[in-house]
Design a protein around this ligand. Structure first.
Ligand code: ZN
Length: 258
């Protein structure tokens, strides 16, 4: 059984068939799904889809770095209140991090918001789902500044062996591998052995980054089977073995997964 550690099936991209996308994932062998929050507008939809599948879906609460703008302190305090009021519902803090790809205006605010949310994770003994795009220096600077580091996954990892080395130097973190690994121009097949199978978790990042042969389409969790097949290929393992290994990794990282 596979575990999709990063999926946004609750977004309106999937309306009016949100529940069907979860059913299709289950039929395809993706038995557990983690929904990371994005911003204030996505909390209710995420909770609604989780409520329809309380046994196989899990939620993470956080404020996404691209949503850090002028009102970020207000938004972050709202996210913090949600976390406090429904603490038992959340298995991780995420997705949080740094994204300077689109806009560098709020670089220091992104770092401060990331730092605050990392502290929340440590205080609550929860793992962190990190979104890092053109922001590795900043992410590592924040993590390095923490005496106690949380467990964390670098979600949608597409970096180099050198990035892996720098991340490893900072802490014993995990790497979320998605459809990027199936892309022809991706160098990930050379990087994955440097990560090692014991630190890889699988994800879709649906609706984004659909794996080949679905590339360019709206992604959904059922398609993760294609990513698992490619990762199995890279390690010379069977798909069943890779499913077992990466799901066990997910349970070690997300300790509230059952
Ligand atoms: Zn995401």
């Amino acid at each position: 059984m596979l575990t999709d550690t990063h999926s946004h099936l609750y977004l309106d991209d999937f309306a009016p068939e949100k529940t069907e996308t979860v059913s299709r994932a289950l039929e395809a062998g993706v038995g557990k799904l983690i929904f990371p929050n994005v911003d204030l507008t996505t909390i209710a939809q995420m909770r609604e889809l989780h409520a329809a599948f309380p046994d196989c879906t899990y939620m993470a609460m956080g404020l996404h770095p691209t949503e850090i703008g002028e009102n970020w302190r207000y938004d972050l305090s709202t996210v913090g209140r949600e976390l406090d009021s429904n603490a038992a519902d959340y298995i991780a803090i995420g997705e949080i991090g740094i994204d300077l790809y689109w806009d560098k205006t709020y670089r220091s605010e992104q770092m401060e918001a990331f730092s605050i949310q990392v502290d929340w994770a440590v205080e609550r003994n929860l793992p962190v789902i990190i979104h890092c795009r053109e922001g590795l220096d900043e992410v590592l600077e924040v993590l390095s500044s923490k005496e106690v580091k949380p467990q964390a996954v670098f979600h949608s990892f597409g970096g180099t062996t050198e990035d892996v080395r720098r991340i490893r130097e900072t802490g014993d973190f995990y790497f979320g591998i998605n459809g990027i690994v199936t892309f022809k121009n991706s160098k990930l097949s050379e990087v994955l052995p440097a990560i090692g199978e014991e630190r890889i978790v699988l994800e879709t990042d649906a609706p984004y980054l659909a794996p080949v042969p679905y590339r360019g389409k709206r992604n959904e969790s059922a398609y993760m089977v294609a990513t698992a097949a490619k990762v199995a290929d890279i390690f010379g393992k069977s798909q069943e073995e890779i499913a077992e290994i990466t799901s066990a990794n997910a349970r070690r990282l997300f300790t509230k997964l059952v």
